[in-house]
Design a protein around this ligand. Structure first.
Ligand SMILES: [Zn+2]
Length: 102
């Protein structure tokens, strides 16, 4: 008996939901938000967990700013780096089309 995917209704061997999900996971979002004392921080979501520390370290070095990895989910950098960050992330081997600067 063929297993049917509950999401798309296709047999498992034809289903691409897992692939799509994986691609969606790899979407990197960059946005800024206000932190305490009217400071702005730049948030980067979607870097794979295993690369997050290395990416955070590299960005802090390249941008000469402070920053932290939060809950293994996102990188927070002090200051607004929206104009530079895309180029830096691409430089680390991530796909331009997967990076969404908001
Ligand atoms: Zn499916």
């Amino acid at each position: 008996m063929n297993e049917i995917c509950p999401k798309c209704g296709l047999p498992k061997e034809l289903c691409v939901c897992d692939v799509l999900e994986k691609e969606a996971e790899n979407l990197i979002k960059v946005y800024t938000k206000k932190a305490k004392y009217n400071k702005v921080i730049t948030v980067i979501e979607g870097i794979p967990t295993e690369n997050m520390d290395a990416v955070a370290k590299e960005l802090k070095r390249k941008l000469a700013c402070g920053g932290t990895v939060k809950d293994d989910q996102l990188i927070e950098l002090q200051g607004n780096h929206k104009n530079k960050i895309k180029g830096l992330i691409i430089g680390m081997g991530y796909k331009e089309t997967n990076i969404d600067v908001m």
